[in-house]
Design a protein around this ligand. Structure first.
Ligand code: ZN
Ligand code: ZN
Length: 256
């Protein structure tokens, strides 16, 4: 069975009625993989028809609030009602330093966000290089990217051998080309338009150059600051990439 992608947020920290902070869902077999957890993600999941209790894996790209800001509320919400309708354990994946970050968060919220080990696990991935995690239904590879010391890009191969890669937030870097190698779909940030590049982020022509260098089959651009909605992002990306380009919109559904 093909894996399905639902864009939950195609935006940034800037409040927007159209674009939530960057996040998406990957449904593969019985597993529901959530990528990033910024403000409004639980509401978008409801709009997508998915309960928070159905999320089996949460992949955090880095600790900026637009990617992690709803984590405490998400865990708090998992505690109610009792007995819990949570069908499976939630495993959170994040880069080096997450355990410390999470302990500090628990220092603030205490038992409100503490779940027993049979309901929540944390996997801290290495940000020195490649790291891997295998499950019966998919395989995950991570590699650090150029944004924050804890920043990771994720490569997920489903049971059918289809590959999805998520850049997280990243500037131009060779690791993004390496991890995206021959991916079926690259969900890649293009935070600002060409001509308005900001350190730590990509622009459409650079995202296209990475997708071309990695021979990516389909490029999904996301994480759009408001300036992106005033220009032709696809045309800017087309200057460097010939394959299919999708401009993410909230609640857009894609097949991997
Ligand atoms: Zn960021
Ligand atoms: Zn961001």
């Amino acid at each position: 069975m093909e894996s399905q992608i639902v864009i939950l947020g195609s935006g940034t920290c800037v409040p927007s009625l159209l674009r939530n902070p960057s996040s998406f869902l990957m449904r593969t077999r019985e597993e529901n993989l959530l990528f990033d957890c910024g403000a409004g993600v639980m509401r978008r999941l409801l709009e997508a028809g998915v309960s928070i209790f159905d999320i089996s894996h949460l992949f955090l790209s880095h600790f900026h609030p637009d990617h992690i800001g709803e984590l405490a509320a998400f865990l708090f919400a998992l505690k109610y009602p009792k007995p819990s309708p949570q069908k499976r354990k939630l495993t959170i994946f994040a880069g080096t330093g997450f355990s410390r970050f999470f302990e500090k968060l628990k220092g603030v919220y205490g038992h409100w966000i503490t779940l027993p080990p049979d309901r929540l696990a944390v996997v801290e991935l290495d940000t020195a290089g490649y790291d891997h995690f295998d499950t019966p239904f998919f395989q995950v590879t991570s590699l650090p990217v150029a944004h924050r010391p804890e920043s990771l890009a994720y490569r997920v191969e489903d049971a059918a051998g289809r590959v999805l890669v998520y850049s997280g937030d990243s500037d131009d870097c060779d690791n993004l080309i390496k991890i995206a190698d021959h991916a079926d779909m690259l969900v890649c940030e293009a935070a600002y338009p060409d001509g308005q590049k900001v350190d730590g982020h990509l622009i459409p022509s650079l995202a296209g150059r990475i997708a071309r260098a990695a021979a990516v089959r389909c490029l999904v651009l996301t994480h759009f600051y408001p300036a992106c909605d005033a220009v032709d992002i696809e045309k800017q990306c087309r200057s460097t990439y010939n394959g299919p380009i999708v401009l993410a919109r909230d609640l857009m559904r894609l097949t991997l």
